[in-house]
Design a binder for this molecule. Structure first.
Ligand SMILES: *[C@@H]1O[C@H](CO)[C@@H](O)[C@H](O)[C@H]1NC(C)=O
Ligand SMILES: *[C@@H]1O[C@H](CO)[C@@H](O)[C@H](O)[C@H]1NC(C)=O
Length: 179
């Protein structure tokens, strides 16, 4: 009965159970924590152009340009079950064509142990702010928010929107200048 094989089996089973228990504990001790935090977002420069898009028809669409300030202290979001944060800045607006458009303008990964205090001034977005029509010019309600995905060692992947949005408007005229 107590062959080497069955001892080996028992050891593997024991180890796996132990790992599962530890993983669950790791998850349970952090699942109810508050991962919320706040961000301060501001736009510095905002202009809009009307330029041919990349499609075959070369239809003219609105392309927004902005620079932004962003401050947030995400130190408290990190605990021993948080491996990294995936941050992203989203612009949300509605237009005559779409009731809701969401555009991700910028993102960043913060690894555990890295500086989690953000203090950016006059940042350029990483991604283009295209509208699929003429929904940006004179749009008076564009909402910027900072969100983060928590990448844990085990358990859920909470997706959180930081408190503190910034609402801005695009100018009523297109700019012809190079930006
Ligand atoms: C960020 O938050 C942590 C924890 O609350 C605090 O110890 C630290 O001083 C804060 N840093 C800044 C720059 O506000
Ligand atoms: C911009 O919007 C305002 C109010 O939403 C409107 O009164 C104005 O005529 C618009 N301007 C242009 C140039 O479309």
């Amino acid at each position: 009965m107590h062959s080497l094989l069955s001892r080996g089996n028992a050891l593997v089973a024991y180890t796996l159970t132990l790992l599962a228990v530890l993983t669950s504990l790791c998850f349970l001790t952090t699942v109810f924590l508050d991962y919320s935090s706040s961000a301060s977002i501001n736009t510095v420069k905002v202009v809009v152009k009307n330029v041919p898009d990349y499609s075959a028809s070369r239809e003219k669409c609105d392309l927004g340009f902005l620079t932004f300030d962003l401050q947030a202290n995400l130190t408290n979001v990190f605990n021993w079950n948080v491996k990294q944060l995936f941050l992203y800045l989203t612009a949300e607006y509605s237009s005559a064509k779409n009731s809701l458009s969401q555009v991700v303008l910028w993102d960043k990964i913060i690894l555990r142990g890295e500086n989690a205090v953000l203090d950016f001034k006059s940042m350029n977005p990483k991604y283009y702010f295209w509208d699929d029509g003429n929904g940006l010019r004179n749009n008076s309600h564009v909402v910027l928010t900072l969100s983060y995905n928590i990448i844990p060692n085990s358990g859920f992947l909470p997706n959180i929107v930081a408190n503190g949005e910034h609402i801005f408007q695009f100018p009523s005229e297109y700019t012809a200048a190079r930006v």
